[in-house]
Design a protein. Structure first.
Length: 191
């Protein structure tokens, strides 16, 4: 659909190991760049935004970046936009108020509540105590693979293959390897 011009797709993976991928600024910047690469109209909005901020001389605030994204999404005549935010739970919860995770959740909440007819949002996350209460009321369709039998089986198979191919582990007794596999599978908790 994307290559045919019938849809736009922007994907962001929250990664606690990468400072650019664990907060709102990285999320917004990534979505803006990806979308403007797929549409001349989106490119025009971002180009105007860039000019309004001294052609890069002035750093835009997160709020301004958010408004720019909304302006793109509200453009008439654009195809369906799919936004995927993967591993939202990887955005850190910090003592800062709001935390990077709170800011990302606020953006998702704003985008969903905008009720744009051409916007589809998919968010993946562990069911963390601070995330579920925000996302649950917004959900049109929820799929939880956290405790699915197939998910647990896949994790167990992966652990088993690593244990059986690791040079150090191959030297261990069979019952020790089984204990490692069982313990890691249980501790993986579906992830």
């Amino acid at each position: 659909m994307r290559t045919a011009g019938l849809a736009s797709l922007a994907f962001f993976y929250c990664d606690f190991r990468d400072n650019q991928k664990k907060g709102l600024r990285g999320l917004l910047s990534s979505l803006l760049v990806q979308l403007c690469d797929q549409s001349d109209a989106y490119y025009g909005v971002l180009s105007d935004f860039y000019s309004e901020h001294g052609s890069g001389e002035e750093q835009a605030s997160d709020g301004e970046l958010s408004r720019c994204l909304k302006k793109m999404l509200e453009l008439p005549g654009q195809p369906i936009v799919y936004i995927v935010v993967d591993a939202l739970d990887e955005c850190p919860r910090t003592a800062n108020i709001p935390s990077p995770r709170d800011e990302a959740l606020d953006l998702v909440e704003e985008l969903v509540s905008s009720r744009l007819s051409n916007l589809r949002i998919c968010v993946t996350s562990r069911p963390e105590a601070d995330i579920a209460p925000v996302l649950d009321p917004l959900v049109f369709r929820s799929i939880s693979i956290h405790r699915e039998r197939g998910q647990i089986q896949d994790i167990a198979e992966y652990i088993k293959s690593v244990v059986n191919t690791d040079r150090e582990m191959r030297r261990r007794k069979a019952r020790d390897k089984e204990l490692v596999i069982d313990t890691l599978t249980e501790k993986a908790d579906g992830m």
